[in-house]
Design a protein around this ligand. Sequence first.
Ligand code: ZN
Ligand code: ZN
Ligand code: ZN
Ligand code: ZN
Ligand code: ZN
Ligand code: ZN
Length: 494
Amino acid sequence: MNGNECYVCGCPGIICNICKQIYFCSYHETSHKRNEYCYPYKINQSPEAGHYYIATRDIQPMELILMEKPAVTGPYTKTRPQCLGCAKTSALPHLCQGCNYPLCSQQCEHGDHQVECTIFQKAGYKAQVKNLKAEDPLYAAITVIRLLDLRDSNPTAYEHLLYLEHHNDHRREDEPDLWEYHQRHVVDFIKQVMEVNEDEINQILGAMFTNSIDLELPLGYGRANGFYPVYAFMNHNCRSNTKTFKLSDQRLEVRAQVFIRKGEEISTQYVQSMKPTFIRRPMLSNKWYFECNCERCTDPTECGSFISALLCKSVKCGGPVVPEDPTDGESTWKCLVCSTPIDTNFVIQIVSILTSQIENPDRRFDPVIYFEKLLALYSKVLHPNHFLNYQMKEKLSIFYGNIPNFNLKTMTRPLLDRKIQVCSDVISLSQLLDPGYHKMREKIKGELNKTQLVTVKSDVDKGYIPRERYQKTLIEMRNLQLEREKFANLFSNS
Ligand SMILES: [Zn+2]
Ligand SMILES: [Zn+2]
Ligand SMILES: [Zn+2]
Ligand SMILES: [Zn+2]
Ligand SMILES: [Zn+2]
Ligand SMILES: [Zn+2]
């Protein structure tokens, strides 16, 4: 090591002429800068922590930290037929002249599909896709073939792939059926069309499973994932300091969520932040095979949010009931005020019953009435900040004012006040656990503002408050609106 190695891959590099801090190889130049803007991170490595991101300077909230194009995208291993050019599922009338896979048009023979098509042609393989509506294992190997092809087309990205965790031993044990499916439809299939050994196929397949990201495709498209080799080195934290955005052209953008000091680790969030620890941790360990012991996971109150708390049933107590050890799924739950325990099974039962009531609302009721009733029904059992209360309030903050029986213009004052209350509750709780830009929260802030405007106007009309107050509110609202647009523009310009 002489200090001139590329900051991502360790190959011989040249120093950046702008920041004079980072060495990069020709392949990783674009991971460090774009249009004369140096991304403010570097990647360190240690035997204990593996690869991790460090801020190279102070980073302001919403600043861009990384933008990456996927090295490979492709269908899930289990999927119904989709165009191998553009992922459309709706109409696939064209059969590829090279390999016989159904595509939406001749144009889609070129581009991404060329990778496997060339390989299929060399091997003399022609696909026979029979039913366009049913899941078909002939799609299982496509993305893995594209990843294996990086070995020749992009050796640095391929080397990355080989560094990454694959967790094959765990997966073979935990999901024997899926493992079997992959052996037949991915490993055995690829061995027939490419020269590559079984271990390598499994390693790439495992790395894909652990490190790929779901792509957000519009309706009429199939399910696909993307591999972002540089992003893959960023570690998870349940209260991460960045936010990841998937752009419509499949680029990935990582932006600071809060102020990040130079030298601090930069982290990402793999699971939804508004889910409680007893849901997040098992998800992390099932998919990524690690036990998260971050600050939030080890705190029974989840950073003071009480998002998983129930309420104590002892006479006159009503204190928050939380798990004694949140990292133990079998932990006892106890009241923080009077220490009265409650049965863990009761917690599980409440959550599963209410989840199903939220997901399958009784259509005979107006949704506002339905969710208000549920909230009231559970108000003595669940902490006001409980994540299921949060979910219901999030729905209500939109329903109030936007559905036929609850039109903003005709809503009574108590209903307007109720809308303001649910919006405020949702905004403050999500702000605590998920600060920075948040699409849904921005929408709810808009709902809150327009409701406040209506109430202020009515107070002015009734002479309760002076007219200047209304003018002032209008200006405040306009400024908030501009602020929101500024955020929205950030994403359309980049
Ligand atoms: Zn490099
Ligand atoms: Zn630079
Ligand atoms: Zn297509
Ligand atoms: Zn083809
Ligand atoms: Zn955690
Ligand atoms: Zn109590």
